[in-house]
Ligand binder design. Sequence first.
Ligand code: S3P
Length: 437
Amino acid sequence: MIKSLSGLNSKNLSGTVQVPGDKSISHRAVIFGALSTGETEIHGLLEADDVLATAQAVGNMGASVQHKGSGHWIIRGLGVGGFQAPSVPLDFGNSGTAARLMMGVIAGHNFEAKFVGDESLSRRPMARVLDPLHEMGLNWHEQFDHLPLTLHGPERLMPIEYKLPVPSAQVKSAILIAGLFAPGVTSVFETEATRDHTERMLGYFGAEVSVEEKEGGRLISVKGDAEMNGAPVAVPGDPSSAAFLTAAALVCPGSDITIKGVLINPTRIGFYKTLLEMGADIVFENERTESGEPIADIRVKHSQLSGVDVPAERAPSMIDEYPMLACLSGFAKGTTRMRGLNELRVKESDRLAATQAGLKMVSVSSEIEGDDLIVHGDGKVTGGGFIKTQLDHRIAMSFLVMSLAAEDPIVVDDTRMIATSFPSFIGLMESLGARFK
Ligand code: S3P
């Protein structure tokens, strides 16, 4: 059932909380566990629809996936190349990461698998992954570029060296995963650093991976005919989910919150870097390393923000945080220019258009110039208005947070999609003192 919601004026958010596990790392822990021999015990797995779709897909191809308790899962894998043909279509719901990473897996199997997804996922471009995987030997029936698709791996996959035409960790990951099945070395060259969880975790599971900093980018290589061994994974808190709590504390007067155990991998923290430049009172405390990833407790206090210029090179490290940053920019004093947002057009919705349409609804002045989003903040947000989330969880959460400090409540049309990445969002926000109706 469609469920609309508003954030109500909130003050003095306080407390120490933990956000659920990182979505990107959760997908990879499940996939790499299923491609390994032996047991992978995962703590802190994100139990949201997107990751559950990945778990179901590997289960449908023969991996053993056991839910032991909250966030605690055990995967018994089949080794690289050990999957069996699924007898049902693999349904990836709303998740681009699940669908695209699993295309890399199917490329390595000489059987057919049908990929389906919801309305939003079925609109998203797949050619960016299918093109390089086709060069390696993957084939498919039906239409090109969009789900539903029936994919078929060849008898023998070929390794490639591929330069990413778009800065996409999903494309990079799909190719590297396919490379596990090919003879020889498969390499991906990226000119802009995208999130590096795949290369970190492949190495952690025993695959031979190398990363070379080169003139103009990074070359990531994986040795094929790989063998991977199950390994324990503690999934850190998701910085993209923590972004909503951070933003709420920044805009609600009197707030002081701490979010414990958040991933601070440099390829993921562009949002926090930008907020510091805007004058936010944010401190990373107790920095430490867990399961090969840097984490910290993030303390955030209410702050008056100022407009800034966000460079295009930073986009991959904060790609999912732009709707929230755009909403925050409405509360800032001065203009914020977010450069190079072309990739936002192909997310769960056209996030560039959906964000700007939302800003218009709540009377924040903004414009799109080429691939840049420009927001003119005047220190306060009038609010009111009705937001069309377009099956996009991050649009829903961004405008709910904005509503907490807007003069008039903002109505978000449909909050169901929040379950794809952050099912405990409303409860966690309420535990800090945020109010919704
Ligand atoms: C993800 C990569 C990003 C991001 C998505 C998760 C991943 O997409 O937007 O939410 O886990 O690899 P792109 O790689 O397509 O930019």
